[in-house]
Design a protein around this ligand. Sequence first.
Ligand code: GUN
Ligand code: ZN
Length: 447
Amino acid sequence: MTVRRALQGDLLDFVGEPALGDPASPAVRYRAGHWLLIDEAGRIAGVQAEPPGPGWVQERHPGRLILPGFIDTHVHSAQIDVLGAYGTALLDWLNDHTFPAEQRMADPVHAAATSALFLDALLSHGTTAAMVFPTVHKASVDALFGAAQDRGMRLLTGKVLMDRHAPDLLRDDVAQAERDCIDLISRWHGQGRLAYAVTPRFAPTSSDAQLAMAGALLASTPGAYMQTHVAENPDEVRWVQALFPSARSYLDVYHRFGLLGPTAMLAHGIWLDNDDRALLHDSGSAIAFCPSSNLFLGSGLFDWAAARASGVGVTLASDVGGGTSLSMPRTLADGYKVQALAGRRVTAWALLHGATLGAACALGLEAEIGSLEPGRLADLVVWDRAQGPVEARRQSVARDLHDAVFAWMTMADDRHVVSTRVAGVERYRRAGEPAEPTDTTDTFTTP
Ligand code: GUN
Ligand code: ZN
């Protein structure tokens, strides 16, 4: 950023954690028609009602929403190739669709092209930060970190660990995996906005020795994250019971190997009990609720209320390609439907919080991302409220703020993304939009 920039629009973010079912939550901060100031370093310098003075490039987005960039806390880069793959539940889906697609990531050229496409797609869907599974191949991790660095994105990832119950071309061994992880950590961890995540795929595909190595690596790497899957599908849970007969539960397997803690993000957590939830809470681990994936693979209905009652941090995640869209509004809309099927209602506030400030807090990144607070990096997205006459009509008759934002969240997707900024730099602008203004003497208004 070499200029100081001011964006005007309807600013929406959170100052706390909303209750699951309170449409009038005091944790919501909505500032209609305000100016958000971005300094030369790409940080949010302030928010004000009046236009800024000379020296600021002005860009007006009347009636549009401006939100913190979404944070997708669980998504697989190589699985854009299996989006919407027909017909199977988790374990067959992995064997039939996912493992073959992941094998192609051994080729560094394919890995680089896939990673670039994947991150550009996140940006065009309004997601500016992510915790990502690449594949078992070192080349897939290098490609993803490199592509994130090129785009200035906050990205948490690491080599997927699998030394059993997987095809030959996707299996590593403990010693080689450890060497690869150490090399990747030395070159990428803590570089700019990148952080390493120790990534055992899930308990069935790692031996005891590999899980122990992962736990040791996590303990010896300050600032490293841990990501995995837990209790997604009943057949998977039974398999883990058979593989680890002395463990109290699926989650307990990870606990025994030192893999839980404040930087741990576990996807799904549908088939947990209260002891598991207490363990998640006591260890500071968080759950990534992946509603579109849970519906698509028929995995089950995540009990958000029970997680909340136990004090467990819950974030929202696409889990592409088990999930069917990179769009967080579509994911959140599915989150509402999953909770409705389970007999409870959750607000747009609870859902949006889980993909912005709540996700940032779960990852310990709330001083950097997740809100429009001065000092945060300007990772933010300008959204149309409506596409087409039916959505415009629906917005025009909205009863109140929650009604308008809930309807927007339910219907929005990547067509509604006007502009995505990462650390103040515009990384996506919708085709057909006027070019980003650069001159402080012009006042620039988009329709
Ligand atoms: N469990 C282990 N691997 C995967 C994966 O790739 N996707 C999902 N949804 N669950 C998993
Ligand atoms: Zn997953």
